[in-house]
Ligand binder design. Sequence first.
Ligand code: AVJ
Length: 312
Amino acid sequence: MITALNEQFLKDVIAGLSKPQKQLSSKYFYDDEGDKLFQQIMLMPEYYLPACELEILQLQTQSIAESFGYNTFDIVELGAGDGTKTVHFLKKLTDLGKKIVYYPLDISADVLATNQQQILEHIPGLEMYPIVGDYFETLGYLKHDNPKILLFMGSNIGNYENEKAVAFLKLLYDKMNPNDLLMLGVDLKKNPKTILNAYDDKQGITKAFNLNLLRRMNVELDANFDIDEFDHYPYYEPITGIAYSYIFSKKSQDVHIDGHKISFEENEMIHTEVSQKYSLKQLDDIQRVLNFSSVQHFLDNRQYYAVSVFKK
Ligand code: AVJ
């Protein structure tokens, strides 16, 4: 049965699979099974991103905090997730004597419950207000007396192609007060083989992560995808810096989704995800184009990844 909750999912799926170039949105990767697969991705040796971000937060939080220029501030984290990495950052900040209030924002109440539990276990007594919901709406009504640092970590900005990312950051900029800062975790352009490997692991976890979308449609949208008849194709384009993910049909076949027939040709592609990578120069360009007064980058040892702090 299709519930009201699934209606938007169904609408998006039918619209996406009816286009001449079929597509599905990566935001639908993250059901319970997808969350678990993404947790496994973050532990894969090929997927270097989380380790780089953690290294930066563990070794450079003092310099990062100095770049803020405040001792008292609110930290508002967009798409906070379970807080596994942010906890190190917050702990260091409190150890440095900073007075912080933490607002983790996420669409999942479950994930925020885990977040609060983890954070308070490591930083007892930290003032925190988890907020469930769409973070643009939340940003609209949050009133802060203190300067705030907006956190958007985990290379989540990479889910937008460069131009869309700039438009998104402009929306954030417009919601910021003059004293506020934006801190982004960004994956950098590097050896293209290193990037491709991160999305093409030998164990097939990333493949399972993509194909889980078909399983999810079978369960939630009364679809009948034969998952074994589809495969995953990751592809990195080093000039634009975009890692693309596709699912493709291994044979000519018809699939039914809640009564809609969708036909696939042999080797027909469904575009599922982009992961945009940046150069430091591109990040500096974004600072100028959006009128941020400055940007400072903090890199890991291998210079694979940046934590970039933009001042309004
Ligand atoms: C969660 C969007 C940062 O693009 O690297 C990981 C998702 N997709 N492997 C990324 C993802 C395939 C990830 N982000």
